[in-house]
Design a protein around this ligand. Structure first.
Ligand code: GCV
Length: 674
């Protein structure tokens, strides 16, 4: 029998979650592709739970529209709501049967997982239901390396142990854990996975060549779950692997090398997804070395992939990381827009520009990247970070779905009302190859995510990728019900703890959108001036009079002018700029009165005291229910919450003390500042 989560937590796929489904007779019609997977999953869940169909509970039939037509069930086909697309599914009650149907076998798989997730609520529907993915691309990016100091591969910005994919410079031999991961991802609708870090080192470059057989094996596992495999590639691979003297994208030998190499990949993996590329970014090679631009760079790969239907995800995280902190005119926040907007329309149709959600780097608060609304003739995928690099390293509870919802809902085009989610879905400019990507938060820890509650972020990303209009609280409730089944008190407590935890984290860390203030390198814990005099372009410019970055057009770096109206004006004017972005867009005196009525300095003090009080309340709330949760899990959560509280106090004290010493302005409420 398939070892279903033999060495790890089943997260939101606990066999008992499938009880309502397994009590029905489940009849899967096809036996190809993902339909075969559904059959196997049902058999496996029956074997694990011992649950068999209960007389009188009816039957669930999973069949494609073509199969239903072949059986003469045209009445059912006729009742499928309008709008079914590839990968989507419809649920149609038909007498004693509940029919799950789709255009393709991947749709049946998603329908199956929806029945498992929603149980009786979906199994008991009395009218047809349609559920289709909004985003064509729903991708997870692994930042996994093939080597580390120890035997297992490491994960860049990973907080949950080592890689589940690599050990000793090779793909792991035991792939059971990878199969479980594919299950988890497919169950929330993910359809693409890039298998290695975007920082491609020597070993990972060879995934394209000497490790290709292993990559093909991984792709076969993913295929069973409707997920396409991608590789991050090294732009200098023609030199490193091919022995050429150059990686110049306009050199015919370079183009021929990429074509040959890509042909070999497709010979091994006919449905290979394509490449993810980080170029000219943080010391990675790229087209700039040859005086070429990023359209030249992306298109040479796109040309190699095009005959096979493959796609290039080209990252826009391109900025000068060797900046001079004395130079106040260079603004890292401007970089992606400045590099890529002039190239709009020059990328091949099978290139997707992968744009981080904000203009800096996954801070707890940033404006939406203005580049997302600027590209009209280019495919775009918005990149999020599920791994908690800047949001507490999975030691802190930080439920990120509300942040992602805010980004997705932002009407970045202002004038014509298009939101980030509409642009990501490819609807605004008719781009069929758009969507969302996210950096994974998993490792080989038994819990997958280190902090058991961080599982909610992976679950939530998948659910939003499928349907970006889902309410963050509804997603949280789904996850809680599946993860702590039958434990109402625990669910209620965790709902209170998690729902607002992103805003709590924001309160006790860097204030008013200014970002950073983290320990350089690790990015964990406070270091207010840690990046202030470095080359990374991540400054707050605090002095005795004020703090913040003047990014206005009138007197600053001009970043605010990269937005469409009304946002350009809203951010430009300090009286209309949202409070939470006040210091991202403006350098303000400590006595400046914010829109919420408090001064900058008092706001810093108040939010930092409040943030810690909120963490204290979270810990107390958790302690009230911890005994209701299995010891192994509850002890892990308690340990991490204790660290969160310690760290939050450290943040509060360092930030408050720093600004009290700089400004000399005391806290209006006389609380302790050191
Ligand atoms: C994979 C930040 C992170 C890096 C990461 C980079 C990226 O700079 O700190 O670890 O590298 O983003 O997104 O490429």
């Amino acid at each position: 029998m398939d070892p279903y989560f033999a060495t790890s937590d089943p997260c939101w796929l606990r066999p008992e979650d499938a009880r309502a489904l397994l009590e029905r007779d489940v009849d899967v019609r096809g036996d190809r592709g993902c339909a075969a997977t559904v059959r196997r999953e049902v058999a496996l869940l029956r074997a694990l739970t011992g649950l068999e169909p209960v007389a009188g509970r009816g039957r669930v039939v999973l069949a494609t529209l073509a199969e239903l037509g072949g059986e003469g069930r045209d009445d059912v086909v006729g009742r499928v709501p309008h709008g079914l697309v590839a990968e989507g599914y419809a649920v149609v009650p038909d007498g004693d049967d509940l029919v799950v149907t789709a255009l393709d076998d991947r749709g049946l798989l998603h329908g199956f997982y929806a029945l498992q997730r929603h149980g009786e609520r979906l199994l008991g529907v009395d009218r047809p239901v349609l559920d289709v993915p909004t985003n064509p691309v729903r991708m997870i990016n692994q930042w996994d390396n093939m080597r580390a100091d120890g035997p297992m591969g490491s994960v860049e910005r990973g907080y949950a142990g080592s890689s589940i994919f690599y050990a000793d410079g090779r793909v792991v031999a035991d792939r059971a854990r990878i199969r479980d991961y594919a299950r988890l991802l497919a169950s929330v609708g993910i359809n693409a996975l890039s298998l290695n870090n975007v920082n491609v080192h020597r070993d990972e470059s060879r995934l394209l060549t000497e490790h290709l057989g292993d990559v093909a094996d991984l792709a076969a596992i993913l295929r069973e779950f409707g997920i396409a495999a991608y590789l991050s590639v090294n732009f200098a691979a023609p030199i490193e692997l091919g022995g050429l003297a150059t990686a110049d994208p306009l050199d015919p030998d370079v183009a021929a090398w990429w074509r040959r190499t890509t042909d070999a990949v497709y010979a091994a993996i006919p449905d290979f997804g394509g490449y993810v590329v980080k170029a000219d970014s943080e010391n990675r090679p790229g087209p700039f070395s040859y005086g070429r631009d990023h359209a030249d760079g992306a298109n040479v790969l796109a040309d190699a992939l095009a005959p096979h239907g493959g796609v290039v995800f080209w990252r826009c995280f391109v900025y000068d990381h060797l900046q001079d902190w004395r130079d106040r005119s260079t603004d890292r926040a401007r970089a992606a827009y400045d590099h890529f907007t002039p190239l709009d329309g020059r990328f091949a149709d099978n290139v997707v520009l992968q744009v981080k959600n904000g203009p800096m780097d996954f801070q707890v608060r940033e404006p939406v990247s203005p580049l997302i609304g600027a590209l009209e003739r280019t495919n775009v995928a918005v990149e999020f970070q599920v791994t908690q690099e800047y949001t507490g390293h999975q030691k802190h509870v930080c439920y990120l779905v509300p942040q992602w919802r805010e980004v997705l809902d932002f009407p970045t085009r202002g004038d014509d009302g298009a939101t980030v989610r509409e642009i990501a879905a490819g609807r605004t400019f008719g781009r069929p190859l758009s969507g969302v990507c996210a950096v994974s938060n998993v490792g080989d820890d038994r819990t997958w995510t280190g902090h058991p509650l961080a599982q909610a972020n992976l679950y939530g990303f998948g659910r939003l990728a499928w349907d970006p209009t889902l309410d963050a609280d509804v997603v949280l409730d789904e996850w809680l019900a599946l993860t702590f089944p039958g434990a109402g008190e625990v669910q209620a407590a965790l709902r209170e703890i998690m729902a607002g935890s992103w805003l709590t984290y924001e309160r006790y860390t860097a204030p008013l959108g200014v970002g950073w203030m983290v320990t350089p390198g690790s990015h964990y814990g406070p270091s207010v001036d840690g990046y202030e005099y470095t080359a990374w372009g991540t400054y707050h410019f605090a002095d005795r009079d004020g703090v913040g970055v003047d990014r206005t057009v009138a007197t600053g770096t001009g970043f605010t002018g990269q937005f469409h109206e009304p946002w350009a004006s809203v951010y430009e004017d300090v009286t209309t700029c949202p409070t939470e972005l006040a210091l991202f867009c403006h350098h303000l005196p400590y006595g400046h009165l914010l829109r919420d009525g408090s001064t900058v300095i008092q706001h810093i003090y108040d939010t930092h005291f409040a943030g810690v009080e909120e963490v204290e309340a979270m810990v107390a709330r958790w302690e009230g229910v911890a005994h209701l949760v299995a010891a192994e899990v509850s002890e892990e959560i308690s340990r991490r919450m204790a660290e969160q509280l310690r760290s939050a106090r450290e943040w509060r004290d360092q930030v408050n003390t720093y600004f009290w010493r700089k400004s000399g302005v005391p806290d209006a409420r006389g609380r302790t500042i050191h």
